[in-house]
Design a protein around this ligand. Structure first.
Ligand SMILES: Cc1cc2nc3c(=O)[nH]c(=O)nc-3n(C[C@H](O)[C@H](O)[C@H](O)COP(=O)(O)O)c2cc1C
Length: 202
């Protein structure tokens, strides 16, 4: 499927068939997440794939949205807050992989860049979520390509979800993504005008 076609066809799906999805498709969604870009290539996104009936039922207690646990698969998209401390290593890897081969780095030494003042907690959290959002968008578009439906869900109780999934402190759940064959065919949702999006061309 052409990328533009997938972008146009994607909808937030809130009704799923109970039919399971092929195991290989789950792997392909994870690969889509792996391909996502991230700041300094830190790759902070971690996924928990939930298929178990018991765990999906438990998750229904952690979100007010019943369609989440009705999907045959839920992907809990998380960030590993520890990944920020690997920024120096990731930046070195990038340099070694030739990412800056055509970029004069005399004004930016990756070593000192990696050692710059750490972000405050709120900034770090926003930065990690920003990176995860890109991976999640890759997942939702690849899902369309595979004939699957998804929905971003941020309406959930963070502490409850972490407890149900037995996640340690360093993981934060950014979104729950129910995945399955759509049992609805919604029209495109309203969008603001292009003229509102484009502030100015200079
Ligand atoms: C960051 C983000 C958070 C969202 N959270 C929820 C949510 O908690 N529950 C829900 O039903 N939809 C959620 N959505 C889906 C939006 O409502 C949906 O993307 C929007 O209405 C546009 O519809 P479309 O995705 O079908 O184009 C979320 C979407 C995004 C991008």
């Amino acid at each position: 499927m052409e990328l533009l076609d997938a972008m146009k066809a994607r909808r937030s799906i809130r009704k799923f068939k109970s039919e399971p999805i092929p195991e290989a498709f789950v792997g392909q969604l994870i690969e889509a997440a792996q391909l996502a870009p991230s700041g300094s290539n830190i790759q902070p996104t971690r996924l928990v794939v939930i298929k178990s009936d018991a765990v999906r039922a438990q998750l229904s207690q952690a979100t007010p949205l019943p369609f989440v646990s009705q999907a045959p698969v839920i992907i809990a998209c998380c960030v590993d807050t520890d990944s920020l401390s690997d920024m120096g290593t990731r930046a070195r890897e990038l340099k070694e992989a030739g990412a800056f081969a055509d970029t004069p780095l005399d004004k930016m030494d990756p070593e000192s860049y990696a050692k710059r003042k750490p972000m405050d907690q709120a900034t770090a959290e926003a930065y990690l979520r920003l990176n995860a959002a890109i991976a999640i968008d890759h997942i939702t578009l690849r899902a369309v390509d595979l004939g699957l439906g998804t929905c971003w869900v941020m309406m959930f109780d963070q502490a409850k979800v972490k407890q149900i999934l037995e996640l340690s402190e360093n993981y934060n759940v950014v979104a729950l993504i129910p995945v399955g064959y759509p049992d609805q065919n919604p029209n495109a949702r309203p969008r603001i005008e292009l003229s509102q999006i484009l502030l100015k061309e200079i």
